[in-house]
Design a protein around this ligand. Structure first.
Ligand code: NPW
Ligand code: ADP
Ligand code: K
Length: 496
């Protein structure tokens, strides 16, 4: 954002014009929150203005709200005139009341506008400032944050000291990782991104590598059935089943793979589980697979192109051998759950198999850990409190040569080439047993259809979340595959 600012100002756009547009965007969002209320009988709109440009934005917004007839009070931290530049200009632009900030906040407040700190937060909020933030959070008034809720780190989403819990956050030009990564995400409330005169062309110079996940990122490379296509054109996905008492997870994955567009799906089952699998499967095929030799034979059919290993499989030697055989045969692999845990004692062995002597420049392995599984493969990264979830995932991807999907409410997807995406869609109803298994199947279907692995992973995470949103409350894992046709229909509509 600093670079976007710099290029824009260098191009002849005055810094204060950006601040005017930012303040106007904040005032518009405030007016939307105040809609239906009458200024004459409402409490004050209290603008908390910090010492930097975030405070400058607050002062500009205060002036627009004052002109719109609202009773505005500014509580100022520091001396804006001594800050100079755009902040001093904003202070002169504001024609209303201003007092130094203390923890003794006005009593009748309709709306707080939080312009204490934004991108310039440089240390934890402490002392009286922390008391002020807590008093704001406790008040029954609504809270609108400028750029970032004060106390949230824009790079990591972490709370530094304490942080404002906003109902709404207005940011400018593009979002920051801290808007999408927890706990920042939940402190933002509804996120509005407003345009303030920075041209999209600055992105050609900045070349961002981190994205908010969504169809714009991948819908044009999404593979779809061709008019004269054959089922083998859509790939043949394979899911490894666990033993007789643990077959459900693999079936969830397999049915999601079929629904998500794989042309064929086969379950490879140990002999003990053949009967129980057979009694549940129809369109999904079933093959006996007992040990490395069997798998080696099966891999001679090179139409089998994308594999899922892990859900319900069991931890141990078999998982390690199978993963190495599949990768060694040049196939695509989604490794999840027990498949990941099986490499906990020797993650480098997995990373070596992933790189396969670096013969293939494109990643063929996708790891889908939740934070617990991630910590088993990347303990140092998991422990490092200086790294954001985004940075942890990026480092893990670089180290392993695999696409890494670090799951959670704020799933992060990273590629060894440096690209990353943060997913902020979905619902908390996804936190239920088996939904991760469904994700592996959706992913295998995209890989089977030969979508590049990073885009395949981003797309699958988004489709999985969208399926949950469409189903709504009461979701269980079995419900997700049934929503995929609607998700695919929506994506078709977006593509045309
Ligand atoms: N990018 C864009 O396109 C545009 C950006 N704009 C706006 O600019 C904002 C960034 O402005 P900014 O760089 O002046 O930083 P900001 O967040 O106001 O804070 C810096 C001040 O806070 C202080 N301080 C920090 N932490 C502290 C703590 N814990 N406790 C106490 N003090 C602390 C810090 O002190 P220092 O670290 O220097 O000692 C410094 O004085 C951005 O968020 C957006 O709103 C728009 O105007 C339009 C275009
Ligand atoms: N609070 C949440 N909001 C949105 N998605 C969530 C939330 N909690 C979990 N998820 C998603 O649900 C899935 C859970 O996967 P996982 O933990 O592997 O469960 P399981 O092993 O039972 O299948 C992941 O895709 C994760 O991103
Ligand atoms: K703020």
């Amino acid at each position: 954002m600093a670079e976007a600012d710099r290029i824009t100002i260098e191009g002849g756009f005055a810094g204060f014009s950006l601040m005017i547009e930012a303040g106007r965007g904040v005032a518009d969002a405030a007016l939307a929150m105040l809609k239906g209320l009458a200024p004459a009988v409402s409490g004050d709109v209290v603008c908390l203005a910090g010492p930097g440009k975030n405070g400058g934005d607050a002062l500009v917004a205060a002036e627009f709200l004052r002109r719109a007839g609202w009773p505005v009070v500014v509580r100022q931290l520091g001396d804006p005139l001594s800050s100079g530049g755009d902040v001093a200009e904003a202070f002169r632009f504001y024609r209303g009341r201003s007092e130094p900030i203390t923890s003794d906040l006005p009593q009748r407040v309709t709306l707080f506008i939080d312009g204490l700190f934004g991108a310039g937060l440089s240390r934890p909020i402490q002392g009286e400032l922390a008391e002020i933030v807590e008093a704001v959070n406790k008040s029954s008034a609504r809270i609108l944050a400028i750029d970032l809720p004060s106390g949230i780190c824009g790079r990591t989403g972490a709370v530094l000291g304490t942080a404002v819990k906003a109902d709404r956050t207005v940011t400018f030009f593009r979002g920051k990782p801290g808007h999408l990564l927890d706990p920042g995400r939940s402190h933002c409330g509804v996120l509005d991104i407003v345009q303030i005169g920075i041209e999209d062309t600055v992105l050609q110079t900045i070349r961002p590598t981190c994205f908010r996940n969504g169809p714009a990122l991948w819908n044009d490379v999404r593979r779809r059935p061709q008019a004269s296509g054959h089922k083998y054109d859509r790939g043949h996905a394979v899911v490894f089943s666990g033993p007789a008492a643990r077959t459900g997870a693999a079936r969830l994955s397999a049915s999601a793979a079929l629904r998500a567009g794989a042309g064929l799906v086969t379950m490879f089952s140990p002999p003990s589980a053949l009967l129980v699998n057979a009694s549940h499967l129809t369109a999904i095929m079933l093959k006996r697979c007992e040990g490395a030799e069997d798998l080696f034979e099966h891999l001679k059919d090179d139409r089998l192109n994308a594999f899922v290993l892990g859900p319900g499989f069991g931890v141990g030697k078999a998982a390690r051998q199978y993963a190495e055989l599949v990768l060694g045969a040049g196939r695509l692999l989604v490794l999840d759950a027990d498949g990941l845990t099986s490499f906990a004692d020797d993650p480098n062995r997995l990373f070596a198999a992933s790189r396969n002597g670096d013969r293939e420049p494109r990643p063929r392995l996708v790891l889908t850990p939740h934070m617990g599984e991630f910590a088993r493969l990347f303990p140092d990264l998991a422990e490092d409190t200086t790294l954001s979830k985004l940075e942890k995932t990026k480092h893990a991807s670089e180290r392993s040569g695999a696409i890494v999907v670090l799951k959670g409410a704020d799933t992060v997807i990273a590629s060894p080439d440096g690209r990353a995406a943060i997913n902020d869609t979905g619902t908390p109803w996804l936190a239920t047993a088996g939904t991760g298994d469904v994700l592996t199947g959706i992913l295998a279907a995209q890989l089977a259809q030969r979508t590049p692995a990073f885009e395949a992973a981003c797309m699958s995470v988004w489709m999985h979340s969208r399926a949950a949103e469409l189903f709504g409350p009461g979701l269980i894992a079995e419900d997700l595959p049934g929503q995929l046709p609607t998700v695919l229909t929506e994506l078709e509509r977006l593509a045309t």
